[in-house]
Design a binder for this molecule. Structure first.
Ligand code: PEP
Length: 254
């Protein structure tokens, strides 16, 4: 079945009011009109989400956060709940990014709780899975990514991923300039879709599986040409509006 392409910008901890306004000014003419053949989202640091919700309101582009709390409400100083993201008009949230897993101690269990809360609150989760270089070299890629996925499926089923997306992001490819080859990425995406299909084959065919890891306009077409690669999660190349838009155009051409 054909799935609508999806390109998601992950600004990580970058940006300022001024830089964001400049990005919006550069991207809006294109985001207002052209991107009818693919879904586009911009995930910014939480403090800037209202600026993006407002700035992108006249476009079809969606706004996303990069994390939310695993708790619903209460005495959790410094946390931001999924309900709060929904309250300010945020459409989606990246969860389980490898930087959160490795630098901030997120576990499969905490990620699964976040996915469930995001979905319950109407915020689409973009669940990230991916192996380290060491795991890849040990031949453990499929074992690692399917067990990260299983933790979420066991906790809250497949529907959160039908609403949002699954992102395969090999850790060794993030921010390194070394993308996975289209064939290697496709093999992992196909294995992830098989794992989803073991839960619900019809739903699995609807889940968008994005690739993330040094995607640029130069390598995007070959990645997007693969059967199970439905778009991209883009870090570094999303910081310049024109670079990001060039990747969106590659997805539109699918
Ligand atoms: C990311 O941050 O999720 C990412 C894929 O980064 P980059 O595109 O810079 O590799």
């Amino acid at each position: 079945m054909s799935r609508r392409a999806f390109v998601v910008a992950n600004w990580k901890m970058n940006g300022s009011y001024r830089a964001n306004a400049e990005w919006l000014e550069a991207a809006l003419p294109s985001l207002r009109g052209a991107h009818t053949a693919c879904d586009v989202a911009v995930c910014a640091p939480s403090v800037y989400l209202p600026q993006l919700v407002q700035g992108l309101s006249q476009s079809a582009a969606m706004v996303g956060a990069q994390n939310c709390s695993e708790f619903a409400v209460g005495a959790y100083t410094g946390e931001i709940s999924a309900a709060m993201l929904a309250d300010i008009g945020c459409d989606l949230v990246i969860l389980g990014h490898s930087e959160r897993r490795t630098l901030f101690g997120e576990t499969d269990v905490s990620v699964a709780k976040k996915v469930a809360l995001a979905f319950e609150n109407g915020v689409m989760p973009i669940l990230c899975v991916g192996e380290t270089l060491e795991e890849r070299e040990a031949g453990k890629t499929l074992e690692v990514v399917t067990s990260q996925l299983k933790a979420v499926l066991d906790h809250c089923g497949i529907m959160p991923l039908v609403a949002g997306a699954l992102a395969y992001e090999p850790v060794w490819a993030i921010g390194t300039g070394k993308s996975a080859s289209p064939e290697d990425a496709q093999a992992v995406h196909a294995a992830l879709r098989d794992a989803l299909a073991r839960v619900d084959a019809e739903a699995a065919a609807r889940v968008r599986i994005l690739y993330g890891g040094s995607v640029k306009a130069g390598n995007a077409p070959a990645l997007f040409a693969q059967n199970d690669i439905d778009g991209a999660l883009v870090g570094g190349a999303s910081l310049k509006a024109q670079d990001f838009l060039a990747i969106c155009r590659c997805a539109e051409a699918l």
